[in-house]
Each structure stands twice: as C-alpha cells, then as structure tokens.
Design a protein around this ligand. Sequence first.
Ligand SMILES: Cc1cc2nc3c(=O)[nH]c(=O)nc-3n(C[C@H](O)[C@H](O)[C@H](O)COP(=O)(O)OP(=O)(O)OC[C@H]3O[C@@H](n4cnc5c(N)ncnc54)[C@H](O)[C@@H]3O)c2cc1C
Length: 470
Amino acid sequence: MTTSDFSQRLIEALGPDTVFTAPDDIEPWLTDWRGLYKGQAQAVVRPRTTEEVAKCLALCQQAGVPVVPRGGNTGLCGGATPDGAPANVVLSLDRMNKVRSVDTIANTLVAEAGCILGNLRRVAEEANRMLPLSLAAEDSCQIGGNVSTNAGGVNVVRYGMTRELVLGIEAVLPTGEIFHGLRTLRKDNTGYDLKQLLIGAEGTLGVITAVALRLFPRNSVRSVVLAAVQSPQQALELAELVNDQCGPRLQAYEFFTGDCVDLVLAHAQGVQEPFAQRYPGYVLMELADTADEDALNALLENVMGAALERELCLDAAVSTSMAQLQALWKLREEISEAQRADGPHLKHDISLPIEQIPAFMESAEKRVREAYPDIRPFIFGHFGDGNLHYNLSRPAGAPREWAQQQGDAVTDIVLDEVNRYGGSISAEHGIGQLKRDHFLHSKDPLELRLMRDIKRLFDPAGILNPGKLL
Ligand SMILES: Cc1cc2nc3c(=O)[nH]c(=O)nc-3n(C[C@H](O)[C@H](O)[C@H](O)COP(=O)(O)OP(=O)(O)OC[C@H]3O[C@@H](n4cnc5c(N)ncnc54)[C@H](O)[C@@H]3O)c2cc1C
C-alpha cells in the first residue's frame, strides 16, 4: 500500500478534521523544541477520544506504519520528533485536554493526556490543592508527555518524580487494545504494576490517553532563600543542615554557578543582581507549608543564622514578598533561555549520588578543560536530588558550529566521568534519539535484554516510536 493510500484509509476511519496530510499542515510537527532534529511524516493525527487513538493505532499496526506520539514537544531529546521515514504518522494528543475529575477527599485528579501541565496545576489550586509537578516548560508540556518522560522538575526533593504522583493510567497499546488502568487506588497489590512500564517509556510501549494523579494540600505559605556559597561542597553541607532542621518543609534545593548569573544578567530582562558582589555558587531553596507564616519565617531565620555562624554559606537573601520570591526564582528559571540566547551549546542532564557531586564537578571540569581550555561551563540544577544540568558552551570566539563539531568528543568525556562516579546519563529528560547510543553502550546488558523483551511484548510489530530509546 502506498503512503497516500494509507493516509486515505486513516481519513476514512477518523475524518478529514482529525487526519492532516497537506505538507503545510504537517510541517510544524516535524521539528523538536531545540531545532536539533527534523523528520518526515505522511500524516498528523489529532484524535479527540481514546477510541480514535485505538482506531489509529490498529490501522497503523495492520499496515506496519510507524507512529510517533507527540505531547507538548518540549522534550529535550528528540523523542517526539519523527525520523526520516516518509511513512511516519505523528499522533498528537493536544485535543484530548479534558479534566475528567477532581476529588478533594481522595486528593486525586484525573485528566486526559493532552492537558497542559500548568493548567492542571491551576485546576488543582482552584480546588485548594496542589499538583506538585513543576518545571519551566509547564505552560507548554502535556501531562501525557510528563508521564512518558517521568519528568522531574523543581519539587522532586519533597514530592518525588512524576512516577510517584501517578496512581493510574489509561493507554492504548500498539495493537489498538485499550489498557484500562485508570484507577485512583492508593493500595493495589494485585500482581505486576504494569502502569509503571508505561511511565518513562517515551512513547515506545503505548500511547497514554489519561492519567490519575495524586494531589496534596496546598502550600499557602512559601519562602525562598538565595544563599551564596564558595563551592559545591559547601552547598552539600548546607543541604545537610537544611534537611535536618526543615524536614519536609524543604520543597526545592537548586544550585547554580556565578557564571550562570552573569549569563542571565546578560540575556534576560527584568532580572536583578542578587548581592553586592559575584560569588562562585548559589543555592536557591524554597520552604513551604500549609499554614503559619510566622513559624516558617522563624524557622528560616534560625536555619540561615546557624548556616552563617557555621560558615556553611557566604551570604544570604530571604524573600519577604511574593514579588521578591518570584524575582529570586527568575534568576534560576532564566538560565536555560539565557544559554539558548548565547548560542548552540551542549546539554548533559545527569544525576549523581549527591555526595559525589563536588568530586565529579572538579574532575569533569579538569578533564574537559584539558581538551578544551576555554570552554564555558554553565552548571546548574536540582542539586537536592543529585540532578545537574552540566551544560557547556563554546569557547569565546569559537564559531557557532563548535557544539555540533565537538559535541560527541566533549560528551564522551562528561559521560565517562558520570559513569566513573556512579551516576546516570539521563536524570529527567529521557533518552529519545539524543542519548540512544550512549544509553545502548552504557546500560547493563541484562537490563537491556529485559527492556527489549518488554518492548516486543507490548509492540510486536515495532511500530511505536522506532529509533527512540532502544
Ligand atoms: C525550558 C524547559 C525546561 C525544562 N525543564 C525540565 C525539568 O525541570 N524537568 C524535566 O523533567 N524536564 C524538563 N524539560 C523537558 C520537558 O519539558 C519534559 O521532558 C516534559 O515532560 C515533556 O513533555 P511534553 O508534553 O512536551 O512531551 P513531548 O516532548 O511531546 O514528548 C516527550 C516524549 O514523550 C512521548 N509522549 C508524549 N506524549 C505521549 C503520550 N500521551 N503517550 C505516550 N508517549 C508520549 C513522546 O513520543 C516523546 O518520546 C524542560 C524543557 C524545557 C523546554
């Protein structure tokens, strides 16, 4: 069957307002967020119901047509971008955007996969609850994409990764069968927990159509501290003190270098110099609670007083209003955009045993600089859960193509160090196309074999997101 015959079959089954085949209609769906990858497709399918997703997948499986599930396209590994095969079908969940229920007794929210994360967070807030998953792309990414990448974000220290927020999943398997796992039970020990396989599968095992999520009491009181630190080691010691004294009130513990602050001040609007002088590193921590602002502020004062006394930080600024809190967060949130404005660069989303971060940072920088003395590291991340964005920009004066030309060699050094320190080459962004080779080379052979067996079980014809992950 030719691709146009197959597209025609899809249109007959789903309708011309669901299946798009004109080149101009398809074009916007072929590139990833960073513009690193561009693929091809014969059609873009935008279903409104789970049954339509099932029809689409059943037809694709019969004809052996590859399907690329697509959420908000904010993924940073090219996972939602089709490869170069003209037969690809992009399956977008953007029209499946209904909230099915919010339950403030069970503390659950059930939503379709195409709901934008930021909207779900607002829905929870209107019900006086909190959906803690929060990331800089939250007003574009979709909950189906978040679950498929097991997204992390800034609140992992307290609430865990997306996996820990998911109670149930509805999904369509490549065969067109519907997986009815949309349960909201907190306790359910009835055999293998199959939904866990779909979480973080990057669209290679099934298409998620709806999810049931845990909600939490809303933190009405929030406070942010920006602490200047001498080194990652000092950030680590400060983390221990804050953990001891603040317990579950610690919601975020972020780290960035002084170079990141320079970059943000150079490229972002409305950002202010945090202290009278530049420091080597900064920790941004947020404490939150459901009530009692005075108690939270008193706690903060005590902790930061102790931190300064024990020389666990060099300086500290505490937010005293929502505007200040947002201004301090902006320093951290603008780093990615500022680096993008600075030009093409190399991203490494890695995690390490937290106590190894200082040694890793020293050793990785030494090795990278031996090869590229003038490289510009911009290192930041979710320090509290061991996740660093180890990003490297081209040496001053080097051509824009530098990152593309030297990328593999630099990344080999960084990921070699990650392995040496017992870390992971992908903390929260996933594998996609970007890290597939490194993943296949570094993963334990037994784990890889089991993953391939699971893939065959769910997707015997291999139609779902080929060339991604495995
Ligand atoms: C500025 C910025 C900041 C970011 N910060 C963070 C961060 O702090 N933490 C973090 O974890 N990530 C972060 N990301 C990465 C990205 O936002 C997450 O990976 C997000 O979870 C992707 O969701 P999405 O809807 O955009 O998915 P997409 O990019 O569309 O897809 C991602 C993968 O999931 C698959 N997929 C999408 N929807 C479905 C579905 N319904 N069923 C099955 N498979 C599906 C796709 O095939 C693809 O493999 C950031 C990205 C940007 C641009």
